[in-house]
Design a protein. Structure first.
Length: 196
């Protein structure tokens, strides 16, 4: 209730923060097993509104870019008046296996959950903020996570993932008729002369 009660509410966010930082330590034990921490069902946090949706963003920042990225977050998110519900920061090791990898070095991961209206205006506002956040993470030497909405510009995508040109060349090598396509490929990978 506290989590969902914090949507679109400065008071709700303050109440949730106070409960986490002041009340929770008095109510629970100091040490937890992994099973205790991972036992909470996702349905507790589920958005049940038909008028709003929750949007995940993930940004990956090297140690030297951490402070500049956080400073940018402090200005970009409030300026766009987006409803940020949660930020989880974690540590990511180098990925040696994935072709379009975001972790080409040890990074800090910022996983942010936003709450936005299900409307064209809500999408437009979210896209404007996302483009700025991607610029900020690129400026900090980091990357953004690909599997979400296609808000990144083509230029941002190719800066974040310089191996993309080779990736799409390989894709066309194995699929010269471009039988397999999706919105991601159409926006970032399809050659202009192959458009119908």
């Amino acid at each position: 209730m506290l989590f969902r009660g914090s949507t679109d509410s400065a008071y709700g966010k303050k109440l949730r923060w106070d409960a986490k930082t002041k009340l929770q330590p008095r109510l629970i034990q100091r040490y937890f097993s992994r099973n205790q921490l991972l036992n909470e069902g996702v349905e507790v946090f589920e958005n049940r509104s038909a008028d709003y949706t929750d949007i995940l963003h993930e940004y990956f920042v090297p140690r030297q870019g951490l402070v500049p990225f956080v400073e940018d977050l402090r200005t970009i998110v409030p300026r766009h008046k987006q409803d940020l519900l949660n930020v989880t920061i974690g540590s990511i090791d180098t990925d040696e296996d994935t072709f379009l990898r975001y972790a080409d070095q040890p990074l800090f991961a910022f996983v942010m959950l936003f709450h936005q209206p299900r409307s064209e205006e809500g999408d437009t506002q979210m896209q404007a903020m996302t483009v700025e956040l991607i610029d900020a993470v690129l400026q900090a030497g980091g990357r953004y996570y690909l599997p979400y909405r296609l808000h990144a510009t083509t230029e941002q995508f190719h800066i974040a993932y310089p191996q993309a040109k080779q990736f799409f060349t390989l894709k066309r090598t194995y699929d010269p008729q471009e039988l397999f396509q999706n919105q991601f490929y159409l926006k970032y990978g399809r050659l202009p002369d192959s458009a119908e």
